[in-house]
Unconditional design. Structure first.
Length: 119
């Protein structure tokens, strides 16, 4: 859910609760810390699947990702497994983008424009 982590024009109507969920997750991390329950958030970038491979959005995102490609599902899964493991026992309330650096270059608006035909 791209719009769940970055503001995009006209995306509020698609994901009206996205920012609320982000706040709820941060709050839950603080509230459940006393019980040693960790709450973290994963934010996937482009993940290669046959369903979207070759689409305009896929090609645009892949070309703008600093790592130059989409993630494989197994790469995303390994991050999820890390967060569920004892190796992350002192992590709570964090956002973990698994996006090949896409968020860092702030390319979401450009992809949105391409997909909407505004490029």
């Amino acid at each position: 859910m791209i719009a769940g982590h970055k503001a995009l024009p006209r995306s509020r109507k698609c994901y009206p609760q996205a920012s609320d969920r982000w706040i709820e997750a941060k709050t839950a991390a603080m509230e459940f810390a006393d019980w040693r329950v960790r709450v973290n958030m994963l934010h996937p970038g482009l993940v290669h699947t046959p369903l979207i491979a070759g689409t305009t959005a896929y090609e645009a995102m892949a070309s703008m990702t600093p790592m130059g490609r989409a993630a494989e599902a197994s790469e995303f899964a390994r991050v999820a497994l890390f967060l569920a493991s004892d190796d992350s026992s002192f992590m709570t309330g964090v956002d973990v983008p698994v996006d090949g650096g896409f968020e860092s270059v702030s390319a979401y608006r450009r992809v949105w424009q391409i997909v909407q035909g505004e490029a």
